[in-house]
Design a binder for this molecule. Structure first.
Ligand SMILES: Cc1cc2nc3c(=O)[nH]c(=O)nc-3n(C[C@H](O)[C@H](O)[C@H](O)COP(=O)(O)OP(=O)(O)OC[C@H]3O[C@@H](n4cnc5c(N)ncnc54)[C@H](O)[C@@H]3O)c2cc1C
Length: 376
C-alpha cells in the first residue's frame, strides 16, 4: 500500500488551509465561547467547493476520495474540531451510498454547496454507546412515518436543514431524513459542552412528527448496517481532526521553544525537550500512517472498520498527549485562554467521546482481530 500524498491532494489541502486561516479563523474564539455555528463562513466554504469533497460531480461535488476528505478534516481540526461539522459529511455519505435517485437530486447539491446544513441524530438520553435502548419510534401510516422520541447531544440540531436520524420501526432500526420545519420537532435545550462548541449541541423531541415515506433512507431495519458503514468513514474524519489539532499544537509549541531564551540557550536546545519532541513526532507519524491506511482501505475495499476504529482511538490518544505536552513546553505562555491550546484540549476530550468512545473503539478492534484469528 502506498500512503504518500499526490501533488493534487497536497494542493487541495493547501487551498483549504489558506481559506480556513483567512475566512474562518478570525472569529473562532468568539464562536467557540458563545457556542455558535459559523453559518456565513460555511456558506463561503461551500461556495469554494470544499463541502462537496466526496459528492459526485453530477450533484455539484468535487468527486474526490476519502483521503481528500481526511486532509480537509485535518485542516478544519487545526482550527477547531467544532468547525468540522461531521454531520454534513455523514449525511452526504449515507445519501450517496443508500439514497434513491430522487433523494440524491433533492439533497446532495445543497449539501455540497453549503446551502443545506446537516446533522446526525443517533444518541438519546438512555442510548449512546449501545443502540439497544433506542426508544424513538416510527409508526407507519399510509403516506408517512409518525415519530415520537427524544434525541440528545446532537450537534447543530437547531441549525440543520436536514438530520439523518436513527429510529426504531416494526422491522428494527431505520434511518430517516428529517427536514427542518417538521411538525412536532422541538428543541428542548441547548447544551453547554466543554468542546466542539462551534458546533452547538442540543436535546430535542419529536411528538407525532410526520416524516414522508420518500424520506426513508435505505430499507426499514437496515439502519444499523448503514450506520456502521458510514461511521467507519466518518471516524477517519474524526481521526484526521485529532491529527490536525495535534500538529498545530506542536507547531505552536516549537515556534515558542525556538524563540524563548532561558539563560544562554533556547528552550528547544534542552535535551529533555528535544526528546519529548522526538517522541511526539514519532507517535504523530504512526498515527498519520494508521489514518492513511484506513483511508486507503475505505477507498479501495470499502471496508475500513478495524483501521478506522484504531485510527480514531490512537489519533485521539496521541492528540491529547501532544496538546498536553505542548502546553508544558510553552510554560506560562500556554496557560492562558487567549492561546488555542485549551480549545484544542477541550475539543480533543469531547471528540474522544463523540462518534464513539475509546472503549467502544477497542471493542470493535478486538472483535475484528478475534474474528480474523478464529477464521485463520
Ligand atoms: C461533544 C459531543 C458531541 C456529540 N455529538 C453527537 C451528535 O451529533 N449526534 C449523536 O447522535 N450523538 C452525539 N454525541 C453522543 C455520543 O455519540 C455519545 O455520547 C457516545 O456515543 C457515548 O455515549 P454516552 O454518552 O451515552 O456514554 P455511555 O454509553 O453511557 O458510556 C459511559 C461509559 O461507559 C463506557 N462503555 C459503554 N459501553 C461499554 C462497553 N460495551 N464496554 C466498555 N465500556 C463501555 C463508555 O466508553 C463510557 O466510558 C455527542 C457527544 C458529545 C460528548
Amino acid at each position: 500500500m502506498d500512503f504518500s500524498y499526490n501533488q493534487k491532494q497536497l494542493q487541495f489541502q493547501q487551498k483549504a488551509r489558506e481559506f480556513i486561516e483567512k475566512e474562518m479563523a478570525p472569529k473562532i474564539e468568539e464562536y467557540d465561547r458563545r457556542s455558535i455555528f459559523a453559518k456565513e463562513a460555511f456558506l463561503k466554504f461551500g461556495e469554494q467547493g470544499f463541502l462537496g469533497v466526496i459528492v459526485p460531480q453530477e450533484f455539484g461535488g468535487l468527486a474526490l476520495g476519502t483521503m481528500e476528505y481526511c486532509l480537509l478534516s485535518e485542516e478544519l481540526g487545526r482550527l477547531s474540531a467544532g468547525y468540522h461539522h461531521n454531520g454534513i459529511f455523514q449525511t452526504q455519505k449515507m445519501i450517496i451510498n443508500h439514497g434513491t435517485r430522487e433523494q440524491k437530486n433533492r439533497f446532495l447539491p445543497g449539501l455540497a454547496s453549503g446551502k443545506l446544513h446537516a446533522a446526525t441524530a443517533i444518541s438519546e438520553p438512555a442510548a449512546g454507546s449501545s443502540f439497544a435502548k433506542i426508544k424513538t419510534f416510527a409508526r407507519k401510516t399510509k403516506d408517512n412515518y409518525i415519530l415520537n422520541g427524544v434525541k440528545s447531544h446532537i450537534n447543530d440540531a437547531a441549525e440543520a436543514d436536514i438530520l439523518n436520524l436513527l429510529a426504531r420501526t416494526e422491522r428494527g432500526l431505520t434511518i430517516f431524513l428529517l427536514e427542518k420545519g417538521t411538525p412536532g420537532f422541538k428543541i428542548k435545550r441547548k447544551l453547554d459542552p466543554i468542546g466542539l462548541r462551534a458546533s452547538p449541541i442540543y436535546k430535542f423531541e419529536l411528538k407525532e412528527s410526520p416524516i414522508p415515506k420518500e424520506n426513508l433512507l435505505g430499507q426499514e431495519g437496515e439502519g444499523l448496517s448503514m450506520f456502521v458503514n458510514t461511521f467507519n468513514f466518518s471516524r477517519l474524519g474524526n481521526a484526521s481532526v485529532f491529527l490536525g489539532m495535534a500538529k498545530a499544537a506542536m507547531e505552536e509549541a516549537l515556534n515558542f521553544a525556538e524563540a524563548r531564551e532561558i539563560g544562554n540557550q533556547n528552550v528547544i536546545d534542552f535535551q529533555g525537550i528535544r526528546w519529548i519532541v522526538a517522541e511526539l513526532y514519532t507517535q504523530l507519524e504512526a498515527a498519520e500512517l494508521l489514518r492513511n491506511k484506513g483511508a486507503t482501505l475505505d477507498e479501495t475495499e470499502g471496508d475500513s472498520s478495524s483501521s478506522a476504529s484504531m485510527a480514531k482511538l490512537f489519533c485521539g490518544e496521541v492528540a491529547v498527549e501532544t496538546i498536553m505536552a505542548a502546553i508544558r513546553i510553552t510554560g506560562s505562555h500556554g496557560c492562558y485562554r487567549d492561546k488555542p491550546f485549551e480549545r484544542w484540549l477541550r475539543d480533543a476530550k469531547a471528540l474522544e467521546i463523540a462518534g464513539g468512545t475509546p472503549e467502544i473503539m477497542k471493542n470493535i478492534v478486538a472483535d475484528q482481530i478475534l474474528k480474523k484469528e478464529r477464521r485463520g
